[in-house]
Design a protein around this ligand. Structure first.
Ligand code: ADP
Ligand code: MG
Length: 360
């Protein structure tokens, strides 16, 4: 993390107040610095020495330590479903990232930050995010609802009353939201997302082929040949694992079509939830969405065929956003333009309710 930024010396002498947009994801943290673009794109992983409790590495460096160090080093994800689940590790992770951006001169001002949070979270959970960011060195903390950030980042126009639908597939959750007038009209979240795909692949390979594979291999399979919709080319991939009976290393060839059989069902669960959100949405907004379509964001939405499957099952045209994994952070970055008019602290829950009841 720290070495990565050594090459950037163009702004070394420049004194600027730093505004940052942060996508604090379960799997990845992305940070957008005003005037610079995305400056951090790291796995949300912290490596900890189990014996001393010391934090050894953060981000990709932490993930790379795994399996290469003695057993006392464990990697942990400090966030779960967009909510802080380990305060200390979250603070440490953000602190390391902030420092690598602002360069630790004594004069560098503390950043103002806009952080995206899932739209379903409670005020208490919002406060845990705010406290972690403040403790990590943020001067002011503003929150933005994740679906709004995703839609902004995908380039949708949210200023008009026209309805839009965004489906963000991350690692832990898939978040579905209908947006209108800069607010969330209806939304839902389900725990079928990238991680669940990986787990389903690992379970299948063990059950069907008697081979045990790790999570990284399962994720590789998903990205290389995984699909939720039949592929014409049916690519294959050779993987390495361990025989479940005798523990001996084994190689195995997997085909896209067999993985599709595993993942198609989960894709359909996402489609069913999209349909049920549409059923809860006012006919006017549904009419708009039939016209504007559904936009897919988040890393997990890049799985082959998700757009086709959702289009087929919902009857609404569904498209994958450009650079889908970065939409949320780009949206946070865009919102920095009106940071001076934003209110600090938790999103006003009452206001949110009022808006959604009006739109519905
Ligand atoms: P989060 O917001 O929860 O941190 P991300 O939006 O960063 O999550 O997405 C992470 C998920 O996206 C992981 O499950 C990862 O395996 C998955 N992913 C990333 N790239 C691809 C791809 N090309 N195809 C399928 N899944 C992908
Ligand atoms: Mg996300």
């Amino acid at each position: 993390l720290l070495t990565k930024r050594k090459g950037t010396n163009t702004m070394d002498f420049q004194f600027f107040t730093q505004d940052l947009g942060i996508d604090l994801g379960t799997a990845n943290v992305l940070i957008y610095a005003d005037g610079q673009g995305v400056v951090i794109r790291e796995p949300s992983v912290v490596a900890v020495d189990k014996n001393s409790g010391k934090i050894l590495q953060v981000g990709a460096a932490a993930r790379n330590m795994l399996g290469r160090t003695p057993g006392n080093v464990v990697a942990m994800r400090p966030l779960k479903d967009g909510v802080v689940c380990d305060h200390e590790l979250t603070v440490k992770m953000l602190q390391t990232m902030f420092r690598s951006i602002t360069k630790s001169t004594i004069f560098s001002p503390k950043p103002r930050v806009v952080i995206s949070v899932p739209s379903g979270i409670t005020e208490v959970e919002e406060r845990t995010v705010i406290n972690a960011a403040a403790e990590a060195g943020a001067r002011r903390v503003y929150l933005i609802e994740e679906p709004l950030a995703a839609a902004l980042g995908a380039g949708l126009d949210l200023n008009s009353p026209t309805g839009h639908m965004v489906v963000d597939i991350g690692a832990g959750t898939t978040d579905i939201a209908v947006l209108s007038m800069n607010g969330v009209a209806t939304s839902s979240s389900l725990k079928v997302a990238g991680d669940a795909f990986d787990e389903a692949i690992a379970r299948y390979v063990r059950r069907k082929h008697g081979v045990i594979i790790g999570q990284t291999t399962a994720e590789d399979v998903k990205i290389q040949i995984g699909s939720v919709y039949p592929r014409n080319d049916d690519p294959t991939m050779v993987i390495k694992g361990r025989d479940s009976k005798n523990g001996i290393p084994r190689e195995l060839m997997l085909s896209s079509s067999e993985i599709c059989e595993v993942l198609n069902r989960m894709g359909r669960q996402i489609a069913d939830e999209v349909i049920s959100v549409l059923e809860d949405t006012s006919p006017e907004l549904v009419g708009d969405i039939a016209h504007t379509g559904i936009v897919l964001t988040g890393g997990g939405s890049q799985i082959y065929g998700m757009d086709m499957l959702l289009t087929e099952r919902t009857g609404v045209r569904c498209t994958l956003a450009d650079d889908a994994a970065s939409c949320v952070v780009y949206g946070c970055g865009k919102s920095l333009a009106w940071i001076n008019t934003m209110t600090e602290g938790p999103i006003n829950v009452a206001k949110k309710r009022l808006l959604s009841s009006r739109v519905r």
